[in-house]
Ligand binder design. Sequence first.
Ligand code: AMP
Length: 569
Amino acid sequence: MIVGIDLGTTNSLIAVWRHGEPVLIPNAIGHVLTPSAVSLDEKGDIIVGLAARERLSTHPARTAAVFKRYMGTNRELHLGKKEFRPEELSALVLRSLKADAEALLGEPVTEAVITVPAYFNDLQRKATKAAGTLAGLEVKRLLTEPTAAALAYGIGLNADEQYLMVIDLGGGTFDVSLLHCFEGVMEVRATAGDTWLGGEDFVDVIVHDFMAHMGEAAGLPPVSLLAPIHGVLRRQAEMVKRRLSEADEAELSLAYQGKDLTWTLSRDRFEMLSESVLARIRLPIERALRDARIKPEILSQVILAGGATRMPMLRRLIGRLFRRMPLQHINPDEVVARGAAVAAGLIGRSAGLEEIIMTDVAPFTMGINVSDRQPDGSRLTGVYMPIIERNTIIPASRVKPVFNVEDNQTAISLQVYQGEALMVKDNILLGKMSVRCPPAPEGKVQIDVRFTYDTSGLLEVEATVLNTGVTERLLIEGNPGSLSREEIEARLQNLTKLKLHPRDDAENAALMARGQRLYEQRLGHARSVIGDALTGFISALEAQAPERIRTTREHLRQVLEAHDDEPFI
Ligand code: AMP
């Protein structure tokens, strides 16, 4: 059975193609969204999902989240004394999703389609594949998230030619992709985005306004000194944000030093305060259209993905920009996973996915350092000369000439960079090579520098000295952030030794983690009521008394519901 997986920054989902449609698979506590968070418990077992997310505030040193941001890098994250690479943490999330699917389907799940952001470079894609291998999954295909969103809407499955834009605003990232579908091909024509823009920025807006109105008057310290209630305030602000997607106003209440601070925010004011964040959303949309040289009128569809696109102000902005309402009838949290399941279904039925989803674009500009002659005759060194520009369809090969800058120069040093900045120092150095230069006056030696970038993300640089016909080559594999086959094998051994917290205990674990978080956050009477309910539940668990476990769990759940405004999701 092939499953489709949306391995997200905040949440992950798993789905399967069944009876002609995508079906989302619930986790052990019945939710289809599994937070992409991993924690190591005191026994050394791994906790994944909601319980792990709750432990972010109670056990920060043993818990990790948002590790998708580090895929393709060598950064290791600590859970207690153990260190994990981002692909290992992702593998643990995948293993938990795989177990959920196996529990529902009653058969082993060994193959998967996993989605990745369209801008993921080769290292990030390799890391995602490695995560699949480490979770015991053969990754049949990595599918870009916008392509998956389009497939969920059935786009790309027929021969109609069309352009569409997928706008994905998640918790902390914003991605815009322009797709071109024609004759069974689906091509990502341009990607743009902001890796530090998302739903969280709108929470910041609410927190700041709350502090501006209630902070000083209520004797609250500045936000930076507000810990530990800062976490509570953010959660409350998150709830206000979600309520304002439905209602005209929402209330935020915060208990502080025995006082109950209650404040009301209207949707109008929230939208007014969010204007600067909204303005940042326009830029990548305009850039993607410009890069692909597409006028908004040509787009036949705009698709929304990511939970934060539920905000009415965002939908209105999109409506204004494109003069059409976006497609939004599939739940934006689920649309990518549903599309992954469509792809899994096509592969499972050998229905020719290979033919329909193909080309990609270079996610970044790549170029070299040059020096620039100024009008006064001086030279400015370290200037960036792009050779393959971002959003060029790959595979691609481009050539540009450079010349010697001094009389009788013996060698020219070529430095290869990735990035968009004018000066090379602000871009990322990928590699260097030195090209021998025959003696000649300034400007008389021409070197053709050719960049060839293939679909697996390998960049080959060839420098041909026209005067001598000699060609030198440099192959840039950008290996530092990826694991070799042997390393994956070794890490697999280590990971399989780690036990996932038992599935049938997931609900208890999530409830305990939530109880512990609330216990730490609350004070006074609320804290002691939560403490009593928790100890009652823990002692019932220790006594392994099924009836007592049931009643104390129900009591704990009621106490938590009464003290936590946040729904248990
Ligand atoms: P994702 O990464 O796609 O799961 O999106 C998560 C983001 O969507 C978070 O910032 C949530 O606060 C946001 N979100 C989810 N539901 C809503 C809603 N009803 N209104 C506003 N934002 C929401």
